[in-house]
Design a protein around this ligand. Structure first.
Ligand code: PLP
Length: 400
């Protein structure tokens, strides 16, 4: 349960670890990798977990600890864990959720390309079976988990790049009925839109490189879950070692202070941009869950706070292939072509070239990712300027 509104928590959470009486206003960055203890008995107690404290940088760090406390408060979970990247967080969550030799993962068909590669290049060779399902089709999910014992269900709240929204409470219930743990990548939704742990998600995962960091200058990953699950993940990470450094933790913690402000602005601008694109003659289709034409518009309204629908807009240029998409992207003056999302800057990418490069064109077509599809991550610039930039780049395509 959150004790304050999320906009308030994002400013203050995690900043309560300093000296009583004279506390620094922002969390200090602790670079030390090892710690002196008053006695070996004290060290022993900290190592045994019977006394709070720090021993070694790969086990825990006070700055990272501040970030983890902030995240657990934002998510309304008992605990949280920071990792070196979103991929590291996904790897750790899947491993700890039970993706081991002989187990089956049921994964959403349209996952981030890197997540698909994690499944096929790490988990499958390790003896895990991966099955895919359309997670927007609840009956298909039910049938899939019934057809074979399933250890883990993996999905994204808002899928990448087609922005399909899944019915998280329903998938959560089905997973638990089947005895599976539900791992959800909530990167595109961020906690101010939707904190999924309240709907029974076992492992909430983020690429903190995106909205939490928010400024394109830090890599990180986050897991939010129960005490017990986070403790297990922390123990596993002691040997996997995919920890977040203290400077990176500080940057993410700093980013979180404006996460809610940024996110609300970005979502509002994304709606403006999506509405503009929808009316443009060079655009074949716009994918944005805040548009009434989106197949999961009603679901998005039900799940997400304050009618927000995220800040990613994907759209298809009419009749375009790679060359024309490149011409359009290179014609943009303000919106930047770069392979990330969630930044203060508006960023655009061509999924066929970057996030879904690892798939064949047939596989992409199968998922609905056409050759003319681009993905725009809306930043905090004024929406009028974003619309103008898109209009001029699209306008230049219309010239003979
Ligand atoms: N999940 C999603 C939805 C992503 O888009 C990405 C990266 O783009 C990741 C996870 C991986 O995050 P990172 O790049 O921080 O490892």
């Amino acid at each position: 349960m959150r004790d304050y509104a999320i906009g308030t928590l994002s400013v203050h959470a995690g900043e309560d670890s300093g000296q009583p009486g004279c506390r620094p206003i922002s969390a200090p960055i602790h670079h030390a990798v090892t710690y002196l203890h008053d006695s070996l008995e004290d060290l022993d107690a900290v190592l045994a977990g019977s006394r709070p404290g720090f021993v070694y940088g790969r086990y825990a760090n006070p700055t990272v600890d501040s970030l983890e406390r902030a995240v657990s408060r934002l998510e309304g979970t008992e605990s949280a864990l920071a990792c070196a990247s979103g991929m590291a967080a996904l790897h750790l969550a899947l491993h700890c959720a039970g993706a081991r030799r002989g187990a089956t993962i049921l994964a959403a068909r349209d996952l981030y390309g890197g997540t698909r590669a994690l499944l096929s290049e790490v988990f499958v060779p390790a003896g895990v079976t991966v099955k895919f399902a359309d997670m927007t089709d609840i009956e298909a999910v039910r049938q899939s988990v019934r057809s074979v014992p399933t250890a883990v269900v993996l999905a994204e709240t808002i899928s990448n790049p087609l922005l399909r929204v899944i019915d998280v409470p329903a998938v959560s219930t089905i997973s638990h009925q089947a005895g599976a743990q539900f791992v959800l990548d909530n990167t595109f939704a961020v906690p101010c839109l939707y904190p999924p742990a309240a709907d029974g998600v076992d492992w909430v995962v983020y690429s903190a490189t995106k909205y939490h960091g928010g400024h394109g200058d830090v890599m990180g990953g986050l897991i939010a879950s129960s005490f017990d699950r986070c403790r297990a993940a922390r123990e596993a990470n002691k040997v996997l070692g995919s920890i977040l450094g203290p400077s990176e933790a500080w940057l993410v913690l700093r980013g979180i202070k404006t996460l809610v402000l940024r996110s609300r602005q970005q979502c509002a601008s994304a709606l403006t941009v999506a509405r503009f694109l929808q009316t443009h003659p060079r655009i074949a289709r716009v994918f944005y869950p805040g548009l009434t034409t989106h197949p999961q518009f009603t679901l998005a309204r039900r799940l997400f706070a304050s009618n927000l629908a995220g800040a990613i807009v994907s759209f298809e240029l009419k009749g375009a292939g790679r060359d024309e998409v490149f011409r359009f992207m290179e014609g943009l003056r303000l919106i930047t072509s770069a392979t990330s999302l969630g930044d203060v800057y508006s960023l655009i990418l061509y999924p066929a070239q970057s996030s879904h490069r690892g798939l064949s064109s047939t596989e992409r077509a199968d998922l609905g990712i056409g050759e003319g599809l681009v993905r725009l991550s809306v930043g905090i610039e004024e929406p009028v300027d974003l619309v103008q930039d898109l209009a001029q780049a699209l306008g230049s395509l219309e010239e003979p």
